[in-house]
Design a protein around this ligand. Sequence first.
Ligand SMILES: *[C@@H]1O[C@H](CO)[C@@H](O)[C@H](O)[C@H]1NC(C)=O
Ligand SMILES: *[C@@H]1O[C@H](CO)[C@@H](O)[C@H](O)[C@H]1NC(C)=O
Ligand SMILES: *[C@@H]1O[C@H](CO)[C@@H](O)[C@H](O)[C@H]1NC(C)=O
Ligand SMILES: *[C@@H]1O[C@H](CO)[C@@H](O)[C@H](O)[C@H]1NC(C)=O
Ligand SMILES: *[C@@H]1O[C@H](CO)[C@@H](O)[C@H](O)[C@H]1NC(C)=O
Ligand SMILES: *[C@@H]1O[C@H](CO)[C@@H](O)[C@H](O)[C@H]1NC(C)=O
Ligand SMILES: *[C@@H]1O[C@H](CO)[C@@H](O)[C@H](O)[C@H]1NC(C)=O
Ligand SMILES: *[C@@H]1O[C@H](CO)[C@@H](O)[C@H](O)[C@H]1NC(C)=O
Ligand SMILES: *[C@@H]1O[C@H](CO)[C@@H](O)[C@H](O)[C@H]1NC(C)=O
Ligand SMILES: *[C@@H]1O[C@H](CO)[C@@H](O)[C@H](O)[C@H]1NC(C)=O
Ligand SMILES: CC(=O)N[C@H]1CO[C@H](CO)[C@@H](O)[C@@H]1O
Length: 391
Amino acid sequence: MEIWSIVMVLMFVAPLSLQASSFPKSTLNIDCGATRKTTDDNHTFVIWETDEDYIKTGQNEFLVITNASFYPMKTLRSFPRGSKNCYNLLLIAQTKYLLRAGFYYGNYDNNFKPPTFVLEVDGKLNVTVTTSLSDDPVYHEFIFFVEKENVDVCLTRTQEDHVPFISTIESNALYDSYKLMENHTALYLERRINYGANKTFPERLSIFADEYNRIWTPEEIPSYRSLTPGFDVSSTGWVFTDNLPPYAVLYYAIEAHNSSESLFLPVTFQEKKPQLSAYFVFYFASFVYNPNVTSRTVAIYIDGQQKNITEIPSWYEKIFPVVSIYPVNVTNGMVNVTISAVEGSPLPPLLCAMEVFTAYEVSKASHVIHFVNFSLVLVYFLVLSLSGSGL
Ligand SMILES: *[C@@H]1O[C@H](CO)[C@@H](O)[C@H](O)[C@H]1NC(C)=O
Ligand SMILES: *[C@@H]1O[C@H](CO)[C@@H](O)[C@H](O)[C@H]1NC(C)=O
Ligand SMILES: *[C@@H]1O[C@H](CO)[C@@H](O)[C@H](O)[C@H]1NC(C)=O
Ligand SMILES: *[C@@H]1O[C@H](CO)[C@@H](O)[C@H](O)[C@H]1NC(C)=O
Ligand SMILES: *[C@@H]1O[C@H](CO)[C@@H](O)[C@H](O)[C@H]1NC(C)=O
Ligand SMILES: *[C@@H]1O[C@H](CO)[C@@H](O)[C@H](O)[C@H]1NC(C)=O
Ligand SMILES: *[C@@H]1O[C@H](CO)[C@@H](O)[C@H](O)[C@H]1NC(C)=O
Ligand SMILES: *[C@@H]1O[C@H](CO)[C@@H](O)[C@H](O)[C@H]1NC(C)=O
Ligand SMILES: *[C@@H]1O[C@H](CO)[C@@H](O)[C@H](O)[C@H]1NC(C)=O
Ligand SMILES: *[C@@H]1O[C@H](CO)[C@@H](O)[C@H](O)[C@H]1NC(C)=O
Ligand SMILES: CC(=O)N[C@H]1CO[C@H](CO)[C@@H](O)[C@@H]1O
């Protein structure tokens, strides 16, 4: 599995540097409404493209006075005309992608009326976007299987006087990750938490620290201990384990006070359907070094049902357990997660990070198309690797 991930990563990273814009991209970050490409983001090293190659409708807006600390939020594209306006992205077919849309209103129209509208991705995923006057952008993120290389990202007007807009579109191919997700399901991100880190820790790391450019929200829980590394870890790389978590996130954790106390983490879902299917991922590492005990063992319970037992070795063994649990039935938009030390475990339970998604069924495609287009992708890589090696 690890070797396969490395091979996949190398295959996808090589074409990046060639920047062939007419080819589908494994990474595509669009700064909507921007007038120039930015390649000098010194913090994340993300390259932000303008949106002119991907959409012909709407108009550019620039926030002259803004509290937006994240500079791609300073421009946006608004759609005063038409009930539905779409970006058309060129992504690699038959590949799993993470796609995140960002919305920062910033009172760009000076109306003090943040609009509500619908975001639709690839004709099959949608979510209602409710923007606000807050200084924090609103994000909506999906993980889904790209069947055909043309992917539409559409903004649909649902109320007459609400003008849809969009500030950023970020998309990243996911290699051998989020493996329990089947091709015919899609995941909508509810929470992605970096436990134990405080608000001063960046939620965006550099692309060298997080291959998938995810946003990890720092969160401390006052009733538990925060374990912190005590030195700057923001530029450490990522780990070759399930979902390639950043080391920076694994250095932080929350821990119970003793082995008989459990971590109790109630999760509330934004989606308010009476029945939902959820996908959980738990990331563990034990950076605190105690020469007398090398590992601890925890049990994960969801709504009181035991779902997994995992041994967490000491950091120095370089084994970082990632536990994925899917499907989880969610009733009334609420799930209780409990992490306890198993009987006899010398150290209290801890948790570094958690991701929570809701899962959706999307339509299945024919196997013939899968096969043909997957061959095209292989040919594409072959051509690129030949041209990359100077032939
Ligand atoms: C990156 O750093 C350079 C040199 O310090 C500076 O000129 C540039 O404005 C910075 N770019 C961004 C996006 O902050
Ligand atoms: C920026 O934040 C300040 C203080 O919260 C607020 O008074 C002001 O209206 C904000 N400005 C914009 C353009 O959002
Ligand atoms: C999902 O799609 C990939 C890429 O086309 C394919 O290799 C894999 O077999 C598919 N999985 C299933 C369960 O159909
Ligand atoms: C969003 O998707 C759901 C389920 O696929 C569908 O019932 C609904 O009509 C869609 N809403 C919009 C505004 O497209
Ligand atoms: C936040 O965390 C950093 C690094 O762990 C630490 O240096 C800083 O003192 C913390 N700040 C607060 C307000 O707790
Ligand atoms: C474990 O910690 C909890 C919370 O601080 C405390 O209430 C409890 O008495 C402790 N138990 C033991 C055995 O120390
Ligand atoms: C490890 O065990 C030794 C001997 O029992 C003890 O002196 C020492 O304090 C322990 N160290 C830690 C970090 O618990
Ligand atoms: C979750 O925990 C809360 C608080 O202890 C409790 O009221 C609720 O019934 C629990 N929910 C489920 C589904 O177990
Ligand atoms: C717990 O999860 C790990 C990682 O997914 C898996 O290897 C292990 O078999 C699971 N253990 C149990 C008891 O379910
Ligand atoms: C979830 O609910 C479905 C339908 O109610 C049921 O068939 C299935 O066994 C449940 N799954 C779990 C893991 O509880
Ligand atoms: C044979 C076949 O259906 N190939 C599809 C591969 O993907 C391209 C781009 O989306 C489609 O246009 C082709 O129809």
